[in-house]
Design a protein around this ligand. Structure first.
Ligand SMILES: Cc1cc2nc3c(=O)[nH]c(=O)nc-3n(C[C@H](O)[C@H](O)[C@H](O)COP(=O)(O)OP(=O)(O)OC[C@H]3O[C@@H](n4cnc5c(N)ncnc54)[C@H](O)[C@@H]3O)c2cc1C
Length: 456
């Protein structure tokens, strides 16, 4: 079980809410890992195929260097997933059939932090450099994973990032109270020492054309994320006080790091009634941020039905359990609504700002063989709001003319020199999947350009 700072304390700052696991707790939990004959946590669970029982065995006997080596065999950045991964591995843990799963995410946390504590996380330069120059566009977990891997096998890698700092959604989306940005900086420093080049504040397609970049490098990896936001096109959408969740979260992250001096008033929840539309992780991050900014009331709306407390029969182990999740932000204070559709944003007396939402309950029924939200007559109601945050996900990568007409093959190739990975290739997903995708594309690239290097 995770340990958290008390709510009264954590609402006064943006520091991480979850505490590093203690040794006593871990010792008892490590003893519960059965080192199963068929470890579903490897394959059904972890996209990186982390060899979890093997790592746990080394950790159980305090063999930290070996536990770390096993973890780093497959995971490029365990310090990120240890803090933000929903831990798909735990969803398929055998112990989880009858009791709590082994907390492999927390064990991963301890293994990687022990690695840093013991000075084992040193820069690993390649033994020799290959005649291979690669540009990586985008510095989220996918781009960073590809860069880390290719640099270590000897490619000369430069990462181009349009933001001022690297990290993608790790830095500008996920709030500090889930992932302290020092954790990203610590890793970026190591990568620089290993020889990875970083060019920030450079937008490819604007500051440098894709064509020029292609001519300067042997290969290009596009790790540009799925950044085209899903909008809610209902009457009143253009009123002041309605923002996309990621724009809102980015502002607060930039304030915390000093990249932005003052919060623009329309992005502050202080003294406001806040409604978050979208019941996922991004929505939950908005809830926690709004509470820290001083919102007087926060509500979160979801159009889907409330998930069950335990697995439904059509969702058996070892599948990921599609059950109700209550985040630390929800625990801090939030009204949650399910089966709710937004009909309209209502304007304040002067007609400029949002002041409420007109909502309606829905029933999910099969329509043409697919579940569809059917409005419940007479269920309309209004909810007051001075700030509305749209957290309904993303539709895919932002449109780029360079990508038009290019077809993605199953290994991530977009053309002879160009590769696509992470959320840009697979749709909005998770940090662990973005990392796995970055590694996979890097391996394909290496196989295409320098197959012998893989044997090094
Ligand atoms: C608010 C929020 C909370 C989340 N919480 C979690 C969580 O708790 N756990 C979890 O596992 N996942 C979480 N996710 C999802 C996770 O962050 C993403 O799946 C992951 O970051 C995708 O990685 P990526 O590298 O593919 O893309 P991104 O992280 O989106 O990075 C893409 C990068 O490309 C850059 N870029 C784009 N175009 C260009 C260009 N033309 N030139 C230069 N640079 C460019 C962008 O600026 C960005 O830095 C969350 C996402 C959000 C938005």
């Amino acid at each position: 079980m995770s340990e958290y700072r008390p709510i009264s304390q954590r609402l006064t700052d943006y520091k991480p809410v979850e505490l590093r696991p203690t040794g006593i707790y871990l010792n008892s939990e490590l003893a519960r890992c059965q080192d199963c004959g068929i470890p579903f946590c490897h394959s059904m669970g972890c996209s990186l195929y982390n060899v979890i029982p093997e790592i746990n065995t080394e950790a159980r006997f305090g063999r930290w260097p070996m536990a770390l080596a096993k973890l780093l065999e497959t995971s490029p950045f365990p310090e990120f997933t240890a803090r933000v991964c929903p831990a798909l591995c735990e969803g398929s843990c055998v112990q989880g059939i009858h009791e709590e799963p082994v907390p492999s995410r927390l064990i991963e946390w301890e293994v990687i932090e022990k690695g840093f504590d013991l000075g084992l996380m040193r820069p690993r330069q390649p033994q020799e450099r290959l005649d291979l120059k690669v540009a990586v566009v985008g510095s989220g977990p996918a781009g960073l994973s590809a860069a880390l891997f290719l640099n270590r096998v000897g490619a000369k890698v430069t990462v181009y990032e349009r933001d001022l700092k690297c990290g993608g959604f790790l830095r500008y989306g996920i709030p500090d109270f889930k992932l302290d940005k020092d954790i990203i900086d610590r890793r970026l420093k190591l990568m620089e020492e290993e020889g990875v080049g970083f060019e920030t504040n450079v937008e490819i397609g604007q500051d440098i054309s894709f064509k020029l970049l292609t001519s300067r490098y042997d290969a290009l990896i596009l790790a540009i994320g799925a950044r085209a936001k899903r909008d809610l096109v209902v009457p009143g959408r253009d009123l002041m006080g309605i923002h996309f969740a990621t724009d809102y979260l980015t502002v607060q992250n930039k304030i915390n790091s000093g990249e932005l001096e003052q919060i623009p008033p329309s992005f502050s929840a202080s003294g406001k009634k806040v409604v978050v539309i979208g019941g996922g992780d991004t929505g939950s991050d908005c809830v926690g941020t709004a509470l820290r900014q001083g919102a007087i009331k926060v509500s979160q709306l979801e159009i889907m039905p409330k998930p069950p407390l335990t697995r439904n029969p059509d969702n058996p182990w070892p599948q990921w359990p599609r059950t109700l999740r209550t985040s630390t932000s929800h625990e801090e204070g939030c009204d949650r609504y399910w089966n709710i559709n937004t009909l309209e944003f209502l304007a304040s007396a002067d007609g400029t700002k949002v002041c409420a939402l007109s909502l309606q309950e829905v029933d999910w029924q099969l329509k043409d063989g697919r579940p569809a939200p059917i409005p419940k007559p007479g269920s309309e109601f209004q909810l007051e709001a001075d700030l509305v945050l749209l957290a309904m996900g993303f539709t895919g990568p932002e449109p780029i003319s360079y990508l038009e007409g290019k077809k993605l093959d199953p290994l991530g190739r977009l053309g002879p020199k160009v590769y696509l990975c992470g959320d840009a290739a697979n749709g909005p997903s998770l940090v662990v999947r973005a990392m796995a995708s970055g590694l996979n594309v890097a391996r394909t690239l290496l196989d295409d350009f320098a197959p012998l290097a893989l044997a090094l």
